[in-house]
Design a binder for this molecule. Sequence first.
Ligand code: ADP
Ligand code: ZN
Length: 680
Amino acid sequence: MENKNLNSNNKPNNKVNMPKFNLNWMYLIITLMLIALWWGGDSKSGTSKSVSYSEFQEYVRKGYVQKVLGYEDKTVEAYIKPESVSSVFGKDSVRVGKSAFVTCNSPSNDSLNSFLEEEKGKGNAVSYDYPQSSNIFSIILLNSLPLIIIVALWIFFMRRMSGGAGAGGGGVFNVGKSRAQLFEKGGAIKVTFKDVAGLAEAKQEVEEIVEFLKEPQKYTDLGGKIPKGALLVGPPGTGKTLLAKAVAGEANVPFFSLAGSDFVEMFVGVGASRVRDLFKQAKEKAPCIVFIDEIDAVGRARGKNPAMGGNDERENTLNQLLTEMDGFGSNSGVIILAATNRVDVLDKALLRAGRFDRQIHVDLPDLNERKEVFGVHLRPIKIDSSVDVDLLARQTPGFSGADIANVCNEAALIAARHGKKFVSKQDFLDAVDRIIGGLEKKTKITTEAERRSIALHEAGHATISWLLEYANPLIKVTIVPRGRALGAAWYLPEERQITTKEQMLDEMCATLGGRAAEDLFLGHISTGAMNDLEKVTKQAYGMIAYLGMSEKLPNLCYYNNDEYSFNKPYSEKTAELIDEEAKQIINEQYERAKQILSEHKEGHKELTQLLIDKEVIFAEDVERIFGKRPWASRSEEIMAIKENKAAENAKEANEEKKEDDNESKIQDESKKENQNEVDN
Ligand code: ADP
Ligand code: ZN
C-alpha cells in the first residue's frame, strides 16, 4: 500500500449550536389540532341529542319515530325516521347521519311500554325493544375510534423514528437519550485478556489503561496524564470490540458500548443531545469505559461536503463529541475507546492530543496468531484427534479472528449435519472452503462446453501464476461453481509491506491469463473474465494516478482523500494521458500473458484436461506439469528464517510440528493474505 500523507487542510469550523425547530413539536401540534377539531365538532351535536320525556312522547305522537330502545337504567333511545330528521334536529340536521336518534329518561320501562302500546292503538306503530344494557359505550367508542387510531399511529411513528420499539430506551420522549448499552461491573462481561488471542502489542498498550483504571494515583502522583481515549484501528472482525470488552473485564469497571451510528438520527439536535447524555451517564459511573464502535459514522471530517449540505446534524454531533472530550479532566476516570477501520476519513480534530491521542493497530492475525485464535475458539468444540491446529492456521491466511470463529462454528454445523459425534479435520477444511468461496453448487448446471471454457480460463491463471516469478503462487484451482462464481483459484500472496512494480505487473499478467487463454485456445472471449478485468483496470489506474509508476507520468500522486470532491486534481490533458497509459499497461500485460501461454501450450492443455477430469487441482498437480518453481527456494528460505525466529520467540521447541511443515502443500507459510480469485 502506498504511504498516504494525510495533511489535508480542513479547518475545524466550530459552528454555534443553534436551537433548531424540532420536528417533534410539529407532530404534536398537528395532533392537537386534530383533537380540537374532532371534539369541537362533536360537542355541538353528534348523531344524537337528549330531550325530555314529554318531548319524546310528542315525537312519537307526531310519527317521527321509527324504533325505540328502552334500557334497564330507564334511558330511552328513539330513532328518528330519516324524513323527520330536519323537524327534530332543526338546522343541525345536516350533521346527523342516517341513524339519528334522541335520548331521554323514562319514568320506568313499564310506563314506556304502556305508552307505546297506547300509541300503537292510535295507529302510531313504533317497533320497540328492551336490550340488556345501553350501547352508549359502544357509540362513544365508535366516535372516538378515529382519535384512538391517530394517537396510536402517532406513538407508533415516534417509536419507529427513535429507533424501534423499546430499543435502548427509545420511545417518544427518549430520543435525546444516549442509546449506549451499559454493562455493569461484575456483570455480564466476563471477557479477559485470555479470551483475546494474539494481538500482543495491542494488548500491551491497553494494559496500561487497565492499570490506570485500577490505580489512578500511581500515575497522577507523578504528574502524568493518562490518555483520555484510544482509537483501535483495524479491519472488521479483528477483535477490536473484544479487546475493549477485555479492558473493561480486566479493570472490573462499567462498560458503555454503542456504535457511532447510534448517535445519528433524523431529528436535528438529537445526536448532540445523545452525546451529552452519554457523557453525563459515564461521569456518574466513573471510573468506566465508553466504547464507540465504528466511530467514523460520526467522526468523518467536517465541512467536506459543500455540494450536499445535509450534514449539519452529523457535524453538530461531532462538535459535541469534541467538546465533551475536552470537557472532562484526564483524571475523571472516563476512558473512551473507539474503533474504526478508516482513520483516514476521521476529522483531524478528533485525533489531536487530548482526545484520541493513541492509536492502537489491530491487524489481521499472522500464522502464529491464527493458531492462538483457533486455540481460543476450539475450546468449546468437541474435536477428534485428526484436527491439526497448525494445518488449519496455514489454510486460513487472511482470515480475521471473526472469520476463524466462524470457521469453527461452521465446522461444528457441518459435522452435526453428517450426524457425527466429533468434529474432524475434513469438516474444518470444508468450512474454510465454504467461507472463502461460498457454498459449492454441484447441482448448478453447466454444459460440457461451459465447463471446458471455465477450465481453460482457470488453467490460464494457474499456468501464468506458476511461471512468473512475482505472481502469487497457487494453492488450488476448482471449476466447481461456488456461490456466484463459476470457478475459483486460491492463491497465497507473499507477506510484504511494499510491493514493487514488477510484482504488480506479474500479478496483472496472471489475472489477465484467464481471458488470454480463452482468446488463444477457444477463439472467442466470454463474460467469465469480468471480475478479472475490473481488478486489472483498478490496479492499472492506481499504479498510474497514485503510485507514479507509469512512464509518461512518473512520480506523481493524485491521491485525494476528500471523498466528496468532484474536481479531479489534474487537468483534462492529464486525464487523457492516464487513460492512455492504463490502456497501454493492460495491453502489454495481456500480450505478455498470451505469449507465455502460447509458449507453454502443451502444459496448459494438460492442466485444462486435468481440471475437467478432476474438477479440483492442487499446487502439486501444477508442479508435476510445469516443474518446481525455480524461485520457490528463495521464499522458502525467508520462511525458514521466520520460522526460526517465531520458534525462538515462542520458546516452544516443538520438533514434531516442524516435520509437518515439510510436507505442506502450501508453498509458503510466511505469506499472509489469502487472495482469491473468482470468475463470474
Ligand atoms: P471488531 O470489533 O474488530 O469488528 P469483534 O471484536 O467484534 O471484531 O470480533 C468478533 C468476534 O471475532 C469476537 O467476538 C471473537 O469471537 C472473534 N475474534 C476476533 N478477534 C479475536 C481474537 N484476537 N481472539 C479471539 N477471538 C477473536
Ligand atoms: Zn479469471
